[in-house]
Design a protein around this ligand. Structure first.
Ligand code: ZN
Length: 440
């Protein structure tokens, strides 16, 4: 791979070093460490500033695919494949064939920025007392949606950065390893993503994110945390984060997921965590239990000060869902994805649960799920809405939201009642509609 001038397409400067190429590939695959990330970023910024493109080397012919450096809405950088008419596409084995950056750029721009600045939750001034956190529910009208609590926004930003809110067909999963527990893989991705966030200047979230529940709350844990808190920079509140799997909540006691060979661990809160509710009842687990630990201003005691219970698809898949019905939808849409990718193998397919509003010319909307096909002659985007009866607010606003969603792609509705009784039938209908739309 080498950089070329985008007007003349002639090579410029020295060829990329082996380290630079490895860093760029790792960034694309989402496995870059901090050094590789910084190195890749420098190359991409250099190319952008000087008007250079990256010429791939995955084709046998002399004409190679070209990539342009882009900055996404979240501030991260990457390459976008230039796949216009007459341009060669990447070979199937090329890392850049996995995702079409045109589509990625589309997604990154319209979404409202997930977390602004540092991801700190506790602020030096203001009310940090563990009061009753505002429960969040989908508001009756999308134009007056309640704002998402910061603790939820930080968790969701992490999940998006880690790519955990989407999946690709089974054959495309490059991290498929029979010997590795999928939960371990998800936690690893979460940790890698956390390296891209800072709590305060120079304080990476990665060093303050606990994901191993058994050690949480032990005397050693508190000793280590006190030490870290003592080294905290002036002007920002000392805080650390945790993310554990939880199976249920009773009153204010959170039951963490049972780990093999370990006793059941519970965490007692003295406030209500943020959690989605349907008719006043918290959506059932499994959950990701994510929160922030800080020092109580009065007593100096270290305790949990903010927390969210985010319902997820399963213990293996950290995909947030709004209801049990969406778990059914996700499960059956994965079959839709398999079927579509076997019928149209030239495209790169993905299924995504959007976690932040998408801005359209008519206003913001948040589709339930989205299936995308990129890298072929054109990009296809299908918005899938679960028409659930357990969401009475939904019908009031659906005319408005659905009209907005049509800006993103073809809208396919899923019948909630059918999903409940037989998800396979509901899923098949989506598959058929989607394949019909592909043929048009
Ligand atoms: Zn390539």
């Amino acid at each position: 791979m080498r950089l070329v001038d985008k007007r003349t397409l002639k090579p410029v400067g020295d060829p990329l070093s082996a380290d630079q190429m490895t860093a760029l590939n790792s960034l694309e695959l989402g496995v870059a460490d901090t050094n590789q990330d910084a190195l890749a970023q420098r190359v991409i910024e250099h190319a952008r500033n000087r008007g250079f493109w990256l010429e791939c080397d995955c084709r046998e012919s002399s004409k190679q695919p070209l990539l342009a450096g882009v900055v996404y809405g979240s501030g991260t950088v990457g390459w976008r494949s230039l796949l216009g008419e007459g341009r060669p596409s990447h070979s199937d084995t090329c890392v850049y064939s996995r995702r079409n950056r045109d589509a990625m750029a589309y997604w990154a721009t319209p979404q409202t920025t997930p977390v602004d600045g540092f991801c700190a939750i506790l602020k030096p001034s203001g009310d940090n007392k563990p009061g009753v956190a505002p429960g969040y529910q989908r508001a009756g009208s999308v134009t007056r949606r309640k704002s998402i609590p910061r603790v939820t926004r930080v968790l969701r930003s992490l999940l998006v950065e880690a790519g955990l809110n989407s999946c690709v067909p089974y054959s495309e999963r490059y991290d498929q390893d029979e010997n590795v527990n999928p939960t371990t893989v998800s936690y690893r991705k979460l940790k890698q993503a956390s390296a891209k966030f800072e709590i305060s200047k120079g304080f990476s979230l990665k060093d303050y994110l606990h994901t191993f529940a058994p050690s949480y709350g032990t005397p050693y844990f508190f000793k280590e945390l006190r030490q870290k808190f003592n080294e905290w920079p002036k002007g920002s509140m000392a805080q650390s984060f945790f993310c554990f799997q939880a199976e249920r909540i009773e009153k204010r006691t959170v039951f963490l997921a049972k780990l093999p060979g370990k006793p059941q661990k519970v965490i007692d809160l003295d406030f209500d965590p943020v959690a989605p509710k349907i008719h006043g009842t918290i959506v059932q687990g499994p959950y990701l239990f994510f929160g922030v630990t800080g020092k109580d201003a009065q007593t100096g005691m270290i305790d949990i000060q903010r927390a969210v219970l985010e319902p997820v698809v399963s213990r293996k898949e950290f995909v947030p869902v709004d209801s049990d019905l969406e778990r059914e939808a996700w499960a059956t849409l994965k079959f839709t994805l398999e079927r579509a990718s076997s019928e149209y193998p030239d495209y790169t397919w993905s299924l995504t649960k959007p976690l932040f509003d998408i801005l359209t010319p008519e206003g913001a909307c948040l589709p339930d799920m989205v299936i995308e096909a990129t890298g072929g002659e054109r990009t296809y985007c299908f918005v899938i809405e679960c028409m659930g009866l357990d969401r009475p607010d939904y019908f009031a606003s659906k005319d408005v939201t659905h009209s907005r969603m049509r800006h993103i792609g073809d809208l396919i509705e899923m019948d909630g009642g059918e999903l409940k009784s037989d998800r396979t039938i509901a899923g098949r209908k989506v598959t058929e509609t989607l394949l019909d739309l592909m043929e048009r």
